[in-house]
Design a protein. Sequence first.
Length: 226
Amino acid sequence: MSELPKVLPPGFEGIGIQQPETSKARNTELGQNEFFALMVAQLQNQDPLKPLESNEFMSQVAQFSTVDGIQRMEQSLNGLANSWQSSQALQASTLVGREILVAGNQGVLETGRSLRGATELASATGQLSVSIFNTAGQLVRRLDLGPQPAGLSHFSWDGLDEQGASAPAGSYRVQAQAVIDDEIQALPALMVSRVESVTLGSGAEGVSLNLQGLGTVAMNQVRELL
C-alpha cells in the first residue's frame, strides 16, 4: 500500500514546518476533499491479505486533522494580531500632539518653556535633588526638591541657570539623586516629551511613538499621559 502524501497548506514555512521538496516542485495541495477521497481509494484498493489496520487509518486521519487544525489556528492568530495592531494604532494616533512621561535622562528645553520630568523613589527621602547638565557636561542648574515621599516625584526647570540667566534652548541631561538611609543614591529619571508622530510596525514590532528631541519609544514605555 502506498503511503499517504504529506502535503502541507501554504504558509507553514513561517512556523518552521517545511513543504516536502516534491510538493514544492509540483506546487500542489491536498485539501480536505482530496484527502478523504484518497482514504476511500486506499480502503477500496487495499490488499485483502493485508487490510489497513484501524490504528494506521486513525493515525493518517489524525495527521491530516493536526495539519488542518494548525492552519486554522494560524489564520485565527493572524486575524487577532491584525485586529490588535489596528486597535493599538488607533490609540496611538490620539497621542499625537500630546505630552507623555517616558523613561530617559535626556530632555529638550524649548524657548519660553520649562523642561519637565520626574524621578521614582522606592522609599521616602529627606532630600531629593535634580541636576541639569548641558551637552558639554557642564552643570547648568541644581534643583533642591527637599523631602519627598515614595513614588513619582515631578520636577520642572524654568530654563534659568545658577546665575539667573536664561539657558539656550536645546538638549539637556538630567541626573537625580536622593539621600536614603544616610546614603546618596542615584535615581532613574523620566522626561516629559511631546509626541510628534506614530510609526506602524510590522509583525511583532508593534506601534512606536516618535518624540520631540527624544527619538522613538515603544507604546509600552509610556509612564504617564499628561
